[in-house]
Design a protein around this ligand. Structure first.
Ligand code: BES
Ligand code: MN
Ligand code: ZN
Length: 490
């Protein structure tokens, strides 16, 4: 689907025009402020009765002389307090219905909305892409309604200093990053192996002129990443450690570290069977980092960003790492592996120690790290952990308007007590209660010293078992937009 900006006064026409409606005195304001050929839409039969409650729709036939065949109204609720989230939810819902009704071409009317033009354009474009996202790679049947071929965004008269064309470019870059992350996460473990994801990362680097490095099992072991190697030990598939860099000569990088467990069975500490298939999503951190880099590449962002991706599956095997085994990490610390299902912190420990070698300005890791984070926060907020209050605040504030909500969690040394081992420097699990915090305290031991660091536990939000407003069922691509903003791309 091609998305473009069009001048409402000179709009040539489409099959279905999406018309957001506001509640109260502003009801139908959109229809009343339409310029040129669109003004006739005020006479659309049934418009007066169309619902304005959030996401409620009505599909109406346009009056004679209108530049569209149908008008699809969608409620946005009260004008007061209209925010990006409500607009996104409305446009995404309308886009899905339009496709179901086989609209060949769309327009979205953004007139009369109390949002700056560039914000309305950015969020509407994203909502179209997010709402229409489907993962079809592995389906052979083609009885599904096709995507519309063309979507025109009709900006309103409302000002704002931004350039709508730049807003659309930004939205397209963000949408491409999110779609890339969603595809990688939705792809099952036998398709998204470590080597295949590394190949995808290489192609991304080539597309955008980034540097690319990959280490195989022998190189990971030779470098001394004993914790990462231990997780990969039971795997027949080759593990990969990928390093991408947007500008290797460009000063101190922002380091993004993504957990890349392509499938988490739990290893010898095997998980129960129920819902285990969802553990194909255990590389969502790595996918979000790749999604961010894809967007930065498209935007030609000047900032130096490095992506570190430890990639492997976590399998039970005769040669696999066992509970009680002690391994040596890249940092030099020894770790007693009490539970092989606490594997994410093991590969992140080595990746964080590796990050120190790049002399980063800041380090952010993303990981579907703990079920405990889901228990704590449900499925709508991810957890942010950071000893650096300023970095945690920046992440929260960046994510909020972008539909990526983070909640701060404590980092207090009292929790680290849990990680004392009888035989090694530390053990990889503590008690169940507060498990997300204990995991974060484990990572803290390996984060580069004196460098702002944040750990994002995205286990709550990375993969959904039902669609929400603008997340489709399955992978959400959570984190991509926040990372782009942090990296200065938006
Ligand atoms: N990948 C899981 C965490 C997870 C669980 C992500 C559910 C998404 C949904 C992680 O590797 C894991 O297994 N964590 C264990 C840690 C425990 C053994 C201390 C957990 O959360 O149970
Ligand atoms: Mn696990
Ligand atoms: Zn895991």
């Amino acid at each position: 689907m091609n998305i473009r900006l069009a001048d409402p006064a000179a709009f040539a026409g489409c099959d279905t025009l999406i018309l957001p409606l506001l509640e109260g005195p502003d009801r139908k304001r959109a229809a009343q402020v339409l310029p040129g050929a669109l003004a006739v839409l005020a006479k659309t039969p049934g418009l007066d009765d169309a619902p304005f409650a959030p996401k409620e729709t009505a599909l109406l036939y346009a009056p004679d002389g209108a530049p569209c065949r149908r008008v699809l109204t969608v409620g946005c609720g009260a004008a007061e307090g209209l925010d990006t989230a409500r607009l996104r939810a409305a446009v995404a819902a309308a886009a899905r219905l339009a496709r179901e009704r086989r609209a060949g071409s769309l327009a979205v009317c953004l007139a009369g909305l109390p949002l700056p033009t560039q914000e309305a354009v950015r969020e509407a474009a994203l909502a179209l892409r997010f709402g229409l996202y489907r993962f079809l790679e592995l389906k052979t049947g083609d009885d599904l309604p096709p995507d519309p071929e063309d979507a025109a965004l009709l900006p309103g008269e409302a000002g704002g200093d931004g350039d709508p064309a730049a807003a659309l470019r930004l939205a397209e870059a963000e949408a491409a990053g999110v779609a890339l992350a969603r595809d990688l996460v939705n792809r099952p473990g036998n398709h998204a192996t470590a080597a295949r994801i590394a190949e995808e990362a290489r192609a991304l680097a080539v597309r955008h002129g980034f540097s690319f490095q990959v280490m195989d099992r022998a190189a990971i072991e030779a470098l001394g990443m004993g914790a990462f190697a231990a997780v990969a030990q039971g795997s027949r598939a080759e593990p990969c450690f990928v390093v991408l860099d947007t500008a290797p000569e460009g000063g101190r990088p922002l380091c993004l570290v993504g957990k890349g467990v392509t499938f988490d069975t739990g290893g010898i500490s095997l998980k129960p069977a129920a819902k285990m298939e969802e553990m194909k999503s255990d590389m969502a951190g790595a996918a979000a980092v790749l999604g961010c880099l894809e967007a930065l590449g498209r935007l030609g962002s000047p900032r130096r960003v490095a992506g570190l991706l430890p990639l492997t599956d976590n399998m039970p095997d005769g040669g696999g790492v066992k509970p009680g085994d002690v391994v040596r990490t890249l940092s030099g610390l020894s770790v007693e592996i009490i539970n092989t299902d606490a594997e994410g912190r093991l590969l992140l420990a080595d990746a964080l120690a590796f990050a120190a070698r790049l002399e980063p300005e800041a380090v952010v890791d993303l990981a579907t790290l703990t079920g405990a984070a889901r228990i704590a926060l449900g499925v709508h907020y991810a957890a942010v952990f950071s000893p650096d209050g300023e970095l945690a605040r920046r992440i929260r504030e960046a994510g909020l308007p972008l539909g990526e909500k983070f909640w701060p969690m404590p980092m207090d040394e009292v929790y680290a007590k849990e990680l004392e081992s009888d035989v090694a420097d530390l053990r990889n699990v503590g008690r169940r209660e507060g498990g997300a915090i204990i995991a974060a305290m484990f990572l803290k031991r390996f984060a580069p010293e004196g460098v702002p660091w944040a750990h994002l536990d995205i286990a709550p939000t990375a993969f959904q078992d039902a669609a929400t407003d603008f997340w489709t069922k399955g992978a959400t691509g959570f984190g991509v937009r926040t990372l782009i903003a942090l990296a200065g791309g938006a």
